[in-house]
Design a protein. Structure first.
Length: 613
């Protein structure tokens, strides 16, 4: 067994005698891996005796909710854990025990044999360096290519991952690319040194459903064409069904179930796996999932909470023509009705939501909010109207004041609008804590002292403090684990039925929209592509864009998802769209990657024989 102590630099260093696995077919192997973190509150046992193997051309999914130990396990393979980590067991990459490599050898191993694709490409890329500079840097550091040869190779790699006009994109900065293009750049960097295994840590969580499908197609062709092993870390069971060959389920640092993707997803044995799968809303299943019920009949004579007619919203740009974010949009939301606003990033969903809150003015058209025309309204005139509107933001940690106790955060709208006295406000907060199923003890805690799911419930309670007639929910569950999402959605549906508020529900998760919405409005590039009742849009979409959106949403059934993927590819070809895949000849790619040296060390830390790829 290999354990760690700290070096003079404070970094975790593996000591002891590691025994090679002897299994040359394993490109990434974890043997009895155990990780503890020393904290001021004592030792945290994050990973407990994990055994896992990834073979060439295989996708192994490591699934579980936040805090289960997935990412910590993967970081041991890269030796990227912080200084307070104590690591036991053995991790092998391409037949080499990472615990026996020196720091310089480990740097060569990263990239050459194991690469990583992180969850958020914007934070993984350097914002002050161009895409080309960052791609060339990785190849020069690992001696794959230098100078003009590295630049040409980088252009070739961007073309391989499906980025249009790669020569022009090389000169751009990360913020000038879309989220999907940034993730493709990260994948291009990851494969630039032809690694034997790639660790993909939640590679699609921050992406739209269509971009997610493209990235999954790209990763699938990567493992098929280059025979690269992939360790996929995710909590999205639809992604698991779409990508994985084998699955390991982690819970509180331990692997509680493992098997082929069909065995685990279709015939789960462990209660935790069953709970995870039971918490995932499924496309096409409609109402009644997970015990969530929404009132079907809407009073067509009910007053309109939102009425948009030919709405145009523009952003002014210095020295340029205004950018039109919302273009001639018309739809309405009645009291007691949930309208789902869907579309990709940049389609104008959140812009309409901010306009509804009076935060962005409309350039033209008509926006009537709770019967009042706010198109040309002044800010001070909107304050009485805002009292009748609640809002739930995507990130509860950012929307709650970290310096205020939770009770004061929930009561803040009452204070701002001078409603009630101190005692009545306190009673209202307790009533809302009961409504969102939180213990009253959290009243005096701070936001950082509760979980993400609890914070989002606090945001729901805060949004309902003034008994609003309209609720604007902007991606309220996208940052949550599946089981937490299921609980929040159920609470949301119960409260909507109890209070009867109108709701503009903004989301790119079509399964959630299918579960909750009465009507659906589909946006693309600021325009309404299609709108109508939920059944019409979700079950019989008429427009090409809506069909692509729905076809791209994965379901947690590997058999059904395989059929949906084939149908999606056929749909793309029919509509003249391209299927994203790695445009490369495997033999030529492996040859062009060149040879990169990796230095092994013995137990004493002295340099051993040099081994060539």
């Amino acid at each position: 067994m290999t354990t760690t102590t700290q070096s003079d630099s404070g970094q975790p260093v593996y000591t002891g005698s590691g025994t090679p696995t002897g299994d040359e077919e394993v490109v990434l192997g974890f043997s009895d891996v155990d990780v503890r973190f020393k904290t001021e509150f004592g030792s945290v046992h994050a990973v407990k005796g994990v055994d896992l193997k990834v073979r060439p051309g295989e996708v192994v999914a490591l699934v579980g909710e936040s805090g289960s130990g997935k990412s910590v396990t993967s970081m041991t393979a890269m030796r990227l854990l912080p200084r307070n980590a104590t690591i036991g067991g053995q991790v092998d990459v391409a037949g080499r025990d990472v615990g026996r490599l020196s720091e310089s050898s480990m740097r060569r191993l990263r990239g050459n044999d194991v690469a990583m694709v992180f969850q958020e490409p914007m934070t993984a890329l350097n914002p002050v360096l161009t895409v080309g500079t960052q791609m060339v840097e990785s190849m020069e550091l690992h001696r794959v290519a230098r100078g003009a040869a590295a630049w040409s190779r980088a252009i070739e790699l961007l073309g391989m991952v499906g980025i249009p006009e790669p020569e022009r994109q090389m000169k751009k900065y990360p913020h000038e690319l879309s989220g999907g293009q940034r993730q493709r750049v990260v994948i291009a960097i990851a494969i630039s040194c032809d690694p034997k295994v790639i660790i993909a840590d939640e590679p699609t969580t921050a992406l739209d459903v269509t971009v997610q499908a493209d990235i999954l197609d790209l990763l699938r062709s990567l493992k098929d064409k280059l025979n690269t092993g992939i360790l996929l870390i995710t909590h999205n069971m639809g992604v698991v069904a779409d990508m994985a060959d084998r699955v390991a389920v982690m819970f509180k640092g331990e692997i509680v179930e493992r098997g082929t993707v069909e065995e685990v997803l279709l015939h789960p044995n462990h209660d935790y796996t069953k709970m995870l799968l039971g918490s995932v809303p499924r496309m096409g299943a409609g109402r009644g999932q997970m015990g969530i019920s929404v009132k079907e009949e809407i009073d067509e004579q009910a007053p309109l909470a939102i009425e948009l007619k030919n709405l145009v919203i523009e952003y002014q740009r210095l020295g340029k023509a205004p950018f039109r974010a919302v273009d001639d949009v018309s739809f309405d939301v009645r009291q007691g009705e949930i309208v789902g606003l869907v579309g990709e990033s940049g389609s104008g969903k959140s812009t309409i939501g901010r306009c509804a809150l009076g935060l962005i003015p409309a350039a033209s058209g008509e926006f009537r909010l709770l019967g009042q025309d706010i198109t040309g309204a002044r800010r001070r005139d909107l304050k009485p109207l805002r009292k009748r509107i609640g809002v739930i933001f995507q990130d509860p940690a950012a929307s709650l004041n970290p310096r205020l106790p939770i009770g004061e955060c929930i009561a803040e709208p009452l204070v701002v609008h001078k409603v009630g006295d101190r005692k009545s406000r306190e009673n209202k907060v307790y009533e809302l804590l009961d409504a969102v199923q939180l213990p009253r003890e959290v009243y005096n805690r701070y936001p950082h002292e509760v979980s993400g799911g609890q914070r989002q419930r606090i945001s729901v309670a805060r949004a309902l403090t003034l008994d609003p007639e309209l609720l604007v929910a902007d991606e309220p569950t996208s940052a949550l684990d599946v089981s937490v999402q299921a609980r929040v959605l159920k609470i949301f549906a119960d409260l909507q039925e109890q209070y009867g508020f109108a709701c503009l529900f903004i989301s790119h998760d079509l399964a959630v929209i299918d579960l909750l919405a009465h009507k659906v409005v589909v946006l693309q590039n600021g325009k309404v592509v299609e709108a109508g009742p939920r059944e019409q849009i979700m079950e019989n979409p008429q427009e090409d864009y809506t069909q692509r959106l729905i076809a791209a949403a994965p379901v947690p059934d590997p058999v059904e998802q395989g059929r949906r993927r084939r149908d999606r590819h056929e749909l793309l070809l029919e509509q003249g769209e391209e299927i994203v895949e790695l445009n490369v000849d495997a033999e030529e790619f492996h040859q062009s990657a060149g040879e990169a040296e990796v230095v092994d060390v013995d137990e004493t830390g002295s340099t051993g024989d040099r081994k060539s790829r």
